[in-house]
Design a binder for this molecule. Structure first.
Ligand code: URA
Length: 213
């Protein structure tokens, strides 16, 4: 059996719709990254943050998860507050920022139209997510941002969605590993105050407490 690697190749063509979307974008913006965005961070991470999918002008442009868009401003600032960064986040993949003890990945590695991957695409990308989780031998907390990320992670772990419903702050002890979830830190969620900075920080505080035990 072929071993699935934790990162999709940049030119991954498993999802025809996403592949075509990226090829079209390469025509429009040839200088952008326009490919499957690899995870970013510490290979010894105890915290794995799992987003939804690259944003068009964020990760799809820069090639680093959450880098260059609104969601990233809040995510990287919060990681910094809790001591998971070294250096300064400056919305560019060459800003020199490093993550310490944390990694960021996405449930779907290619930018989807309207930020909405379809079920078949989420399923197709799940083996990379599973391989990503499996490759982190020290990981203690999987922090899922939003329901799509949460549900795909539950499935990647071979668990039942019915027994592990998504909620903001939902927490499942999986024995040495905790599945913790938050509303996604998107511009929409923060503008509507479905997710406030304080709510987001509370989830990170919990993640840190679980990690530091
Ligand atoms: N950028 C990402 O890389 N992932 C998201 O989920 C949102 C923005």
């Amino acid at each position: 059996m072929t071993k699935i690697l934790p990162e999709a190749p940049k030119d991954c063509d498993l999802c025809p719709r996403l592949r075509q979307f990226i090829l079209d974008q390469r025509e429009k913006e040839p200088d952008w990254f326009n490919g499957a965005v690899p995870s970013f961070g510490d290979p010894d991470a105890k915290l794995l943050v799992i987003g939804l999918a690259p944003g068009m002008t964020g990760a799809n442009r820069t090639g680093r998860p959450f880098t260059g868009d609104w969601a990233g401003d809040l995510l990287y600032a919060t990681l910094g507050k809790f001591g998971y960064t070294r250096g300064t986040y400056d919305r560019r993949p060459d800003d020199g920022l490093e993550l310490k003890g944390a990694m960021i990945t996405n449930a779907v590695r290619c930018v989807p139209p309207q930020n909405k991957p379809v079920g078949a695409e989420i399923n197709q990308c799940r083996p990379f997510l599973k391989a990503r989780i499996d490759a982190l031998s020290d990981v203690k907390v999987l922090l899922c941002l939003g329901k799509i990320s949460h549900d795909s992670t539950v499935r990647a772990l071979g668990l039942r969605l019915k027994d592990h419903p998504f909620g903001h702050g939902s927490e499942y002890d999986l024995g040495g590993l905790t599945l913790l979830s938050s509303y996604h830190c998107s511009r929409y969620n923060t503008n509507t105050r479905r997710l406030t900075e304080e709510m987001f920080e509370d989830v990170f505080e919990r993640a840190k407490a679980l990690i530091e035990g």
